[in-house]
Design a protein around this ligand. Structure first.
Ligand SMILES: CC(C)(COP(=O)(O)OP(=O)(O)OC[C@H]1O[C@@H](n2cnc3c(N)ncnc32)[C@H](O)[C@@H]1OP(=O)(O)O)[C@@H](O)C(=O)NCCC(=O)NCCS
Length: 344
């Protein structure tokens, strides 16, 4: 896609240089992709939460839409940011890869670039943008742009009142279905994890918990962590609305080894308004385990998750052993319990 110039301006309190602000969708034109990839990969490395080269080449555009914004001086990139929406859910996005070269900082460049990204998102039908940060300088900037803590670490910008967005996003009247989690679910996963929930673990085996119980400093990494774990074998399931929203997540993580080849760990996390659909998630996980020839599935969860335990028992899980482990989240410590279901 051709790059589009959105602003030319001088540097605030800096030398007399013109800064060009532009953006591109994906796949980028090859020279743009190379220069943006060169800039960002040098900063965040190949292990970045955003697989830069595949993203720039458009390899995720089947389920997501990616936009890169850059500022340039004398044709050299000096700052960047990126945002992603689901291909079928343009109302929700995540913002990331926000960076200004140290020699150009405090000149208003990131603020302008992020404002352009936010405006482009809103003009394309965007309603809520999420990000995660533990950098106080960046948090100050996002706060000044109108982002609010969601509830801590994560931040969210909403067009209009946040409550109105949440009511529409998690409207229980929406029809849902179970499908595999896809790249375009990145914003939906972050939004689900950020929204108030009395359920604690999202995916206990990888230490992923609801933001209501654990402060989160990053948001794209939720998906990255889940994907990495599932790539070892297993599956990731979304309780998804027809509009592309994520109302629940189910995980099946293969624990195969030579001593116990057919074992897997499960967990589920569902928005309070969609609890009656949690059964569908568990059933899909069990079905998938069966197809994969997994002999037994286990759930290691916190003993305080009473509703989840009742749900597991309803689907044939029985408490197996005392794990003897405790999990501390914030100022609370929880006992970990293990539930087992053998696949007949
Ligand atoms: C955070 C960062 C992107 C800011 O870039 P920048 O181009 O210098 O930012 P701007 O000049 O547009 O500043 C915008 C606002 O951010 C805040 N800010 C930026 N740098 C700050 C600093 N060092 N201390 C305090 N506040 C700061 C201020 O509120 C500032 O507004 P002001 O200048 O009117 O006070 C840059 O410092 C950076 O690249 N840091 C490393 C990467 C990073 O942490 N990225 C964010 C990941 S979420």
């Amino acid at each position: 896609m051709a790059r589009q110039l959105v602003e030319k301006s001088g540097l605030e309190n800096g030398p007399d240089h013109e800064v060009h602000f532009s953006f591109t969708g994906c796949p980028t034109d090859p020279p743009d992709g190379m220069s943006i990839g060169y800039f960002l990969e040098g900063l965040f490395g190949p292990e970045s939460d955003v697989p830069l080269t595949p993203t720039l080449k458009g390899m995720f555009e089947d389920t997501s839409r990616n936009f890169f914004f850059v500022a340039e001086v004398d044709r050299q990139i000096i700052a960047s940011c990126w945002y992603l929406t689901g291909a079928s859910s343009p109302e929700l996005s995540v913002l990331g890869e926000v960076y200004t070269r140290p020699d150009y900082r405090r000149k208003g460049i990131s603020r302008k670039l992020c404002d352009h990204a936010l405006q482009h998102f809103i003009n394309s039908g965007g309603k809520a943008m999420l990000l995660g940060s533990n950098n106080p300088a960046a948090i100050d900037m996002y706060f000044a742009m109108g982002f609010q803590p969601y509830p801590e670490g994560l931040m969210r910008y909403t067009v209009g009142a946040p409550g109105d967005f949440d009511s529409a996003c998690f409207d229980p009247a929406q029809s849902t279905r179970i499908r595999e989690i896809q790249h375009g679910d990145i914003p939906g996963i972050a939004n689900l994890i950020g929204t108030p929930n009395d359920w604690i673990s999202v995916c206990y085996p990888i230490g992923l918990f609801s933001s209501s119980h654990q402060s989160q400093a990053r948001c794209v990494s939720f998906y990255t962590l889940l994907k990495k774990a599932a790539d070892q074998g297993g599956g990731l399931f979304a309780l998804a609305s027809d509009g592309g929203g994520v109302m629940g997540i189910g995980t099946l993580l293969h624990q195969g080894n030579r001593l116990n080849p057919g074992s897997a760990l499960v967990d589920v996390f569902v928005h309070p308004a969609f609890r009656t659909k949690a059964d569908d998630l568990i059933e899909s996980i069990l079905q998938s385990a069966k197809v994969k020839g997994i002999a037994e599935v286990r759930a290691e969860i916190l003993a305080a998750e009473h509703e989840k335990i009742v749900l597991l028992e309803k689907h044939g899980f029985r408490q197996s052993c005392n794990v003897g482990r405790r999990e501390t989240l914030g100022d609370k410590t929880y006992r970990v319990v293990s539930y087992l279901r053998t696949m007949g």
